[in-house]
Ligand binder design. Structure first.
Ligand code: NAD
Length: 259
């Protein structure tokens, strides 16, 4: 990583008053959870996404969905937040970061200690019956599923339970999405981390921030279609890049206070 870029990113963060982060699967790969688009992640290998991960497919063949999600569920349960998640908690505690908008379902931002997290694609904290819509805490359901591989059923009406993750063909949860739009509109600096920016409408949020005058820092292993619009682009591992930027912020702070 060019530390010049980390230094410019640190200066931007120190000068900003309303930083908002948009994160994707790439922030959690250092925690052992593969993303969807990197080759060899295996998540889509040998499966049709519209069969296993759409709401239509789920209603027809819930067992196919649960077979597909099994290895991801196991990884999510075992994963720990990494230094990139922790760096965002530090930025929030310093008063620099207003909130994290995430496409991830792994709950690692909240587990790391971030207070303001907008989970656009749902989460594994709860499960809902697709018939009577009763909502249940997901932890005991997941524990049972990891033991028996079986489709979980509603204790009230006996129908199928679905974890509260957003499948293809489903609406995004409206409240977190509207709150995310507000955060993006109010941001003067958007930090885009570990996302290919290929999944709309989450991928529209950086443009919303830019249109309202925000600057943008992108930290991603690969290029994205918005690299040209960013003030700083760092192609590197978020779990290394973010702690380095924080170190640079600390260095600038110490340097400034000595003068
Ligand atoms: P994506 O798979 O489309 O893109 C991930 C991006 O992160 C890639 O461009 C890759 O180059 C980059 N990346 C990978 N490791 C990185 C690292 N260590 N540091 C920096 N960059 C890294 O992911 P997306 O844009 O979030 O969209 C995929 C969809 O899949 C989302 O809807 C998300 O809900 C879902 N998903 C979530 C998880 C999770 O919760 N952890 C995991 C897989 C997929």
């Amino acid at each position: 990583m060019g530390s010049d870029q980390a230094q410019i990113a640190a200066q931007l963060l120190r000068a900003a008053h309303a930083v908002v982060a948009l994160t994707g699967a790439g922030i959690s790969t250092p925690s052992g959870i593969p993303d969807f688009r990197s080759p060899k992640s295996g998540l889509w290998e040998g499966v049709d996404p519209l069969t296993v991960a759409s709401i239509y497919g789920f209603r027809e063949h819930p067992q196919a969905f649960y077979d597909w999600i099994y290895p991801l569920t196991k990884l999510i349960v075992e994963a720990q937040p990494n230094p990139a998640h922790t760096a965002l908690v530090t930025l929030e505690n310093q008063g620099t970061l207003r909130g994290v908008i995430t496409q991830n379902i792994d709950m690692l931002h909240t587990r790391a200690g971030s207070g303001c997290v907008k989970e656009l694609h749902g989460q594994f904290r709860e499960a809902t019956c697709i018939h009577c819509f009763t909502v249940f805490p997901a932890a005991p359901i997941i524990e049972q599923f990891l033991q028996d591989h079986q489709v979980p059923h509603c204790p009230h009406c006996g129908n199928v339970l679905k974890p509260n993750v957003i499948l293809f063909g489903e609406q995004l949860p409206i409240k977190p999405f509207m709150e995310a739009q507000d955060l993006a509109r109010q941001a003067d600096l958007m930090l885009v981390i570990g996302t290919s920016l290929e999944v709309a409408p989450a991928s529209d949020l950086p443009m919303l921030a830019l249109r309202n005058g925000a600057k943008m820092i992108i930290i991603n292993l690969e290029s994205t279609h918005l690299d040209n619009a960013a003030t700083v682009v760092i192609h590197g591992n978020a779990a290394e890049v973010l702690p380095e930027i924080l170190q640079q912020m600390e260095y600038i702070h110490e340097h400034d206070s000595q003068q």
